[in-house]
Design a protein around this ligand. Structure first.
Ligand code: OGA
Ligand code: MN
Length: 295
């Protein structure tokens, strides 16, 4: 059973917002919410829609960094990144910038945020400031559908498996442009009140239970290196199968950005991929929300 509960399976009526799905598997655009000024009822509806649709997209938002931070703090504490430094005047916000001519694209591998941490990010909120004239979309994949798409035999065989996840490989793939731009976390750790857990290696259940909906997700992404207790030769073909399976097109949705688009995704049940198909400036403001220990 996948533990579906009323949050995701029952009919939901929204009074304040309108919700338009963007793909069969998950993802929705939400209208009727001004993120700079949200009353509790509207926030409650959009939180419900976020749990239900896993990826929610708000268009034409005009918010300051302080307003984005205030919105983010309604979801929980801020999760600080161990490698990346926040904006000078807003250390809780990472500015993700790609310039024309950069050959590194942050996030251009299927992953879920900070999976290398013992308490990976619950949610990520990305707000577009400057976008390319075409391209630069973000793709998302539904890890509940990926889990449900496995055979019972495969689910049973892998039911107690833990993945070993590290941040270092990811970090090293950043190359010099990234290191110059973000400069590591040391400066950040001294700036923010609560740097949180900066650990970069962890074991996590391959099948995790969503702490709010009770649904089971396949929990895999590019930080997962191997299965605990397996030989690499045993783990790798299984992991490669799961990586490929988890991003089948029918499990995905895709978000195209314009300045003012804000997308919020649930890292506990979604992988994402920054599509590196453009060569123009793109600038985003990113906030991640702290999560729990996966179980
Ligand atoms: C991220 C990320 C994707 C993008 O912010 O965690 O992976 O499209 N971004 O910028
Ligand atoms: Mn990411």
């Amino acid at each position: 059973m996948d533990g579906s509960d009323t949050v995701v399976s029952g009919p939901v009526t929204y009074n304040r917002i309108e919700v338009t799905p963007i793909a069969g598997t998950m993802g929705a655009e939400i209208t009727g919410a001004n993120l700079a000024d949200l009353d509790d009822e509207t926030y409650g509806e959009l939180y419900n829609a976020w749990l239900r649709y896993q990826v929610v997209v708000f268009r034409d938002q005009d918010i300051t960094p302080d307003e984005q931070l205030a919105f983010a703090l309604r979801f929980g504490k801020i999760h600080h990144h161990p490698y990346m430094k926040g904006m000078d005047d807003h250390p809780d916000i990472l500015e993700i910038i790609k310039e024309a001519g950069d050959n590194y694209t942050f996030g251009a591998a299927w992953h879920t945020d900070q999976m290398f941490n013992p308490q990976p990010a619950k949610a990520t909120m990305l707000y577009a400031k400057e976008t390319p004239s075409a391209g630069g979309d973000t793709m998302f994949s539904n890890m509940h559908d990926a889990y449900n798409g496995l055979s019972d035999a495969m689910k049973e065989m892998l039911s107690d498996v833990k993945t070993w996840c590290v941040g270092d490989r990811f970090k090293l793939s950043g190359k010099s442009a990234r290191q110059d731009r973000y400069g590591g976390n040391k400066a950040m750790a001294s700036k923010v009140k609560d740097p949180g857990n900066l650990q970069t290696e962890s074991a996590h259940p391959l099948f995790r239970t969503h702490p709010e909906t009770g649904r089971i997700a396949l929990y895999i992404g590019n930080h997962a290196q191997t299965f605990e207790g397996f030989n690499d030769a045993e783990a790798e073909p299984l992991m490669q199968f799961l990586r490929d399976h988890s991003i089948r097109p029918e499990f995905t949705c895709r978000v195209n950005w314009k300045p003012g688009t804000l997308t919020l995704w649930d890292n506990r049940c979604v992988q994402h991929y920054a599509v590196p198909d453009y060569n123009e400036r793109r600038r985003m403001h990113r906030i991640t929300i702290a999560g729990d220990t996966p179980f």
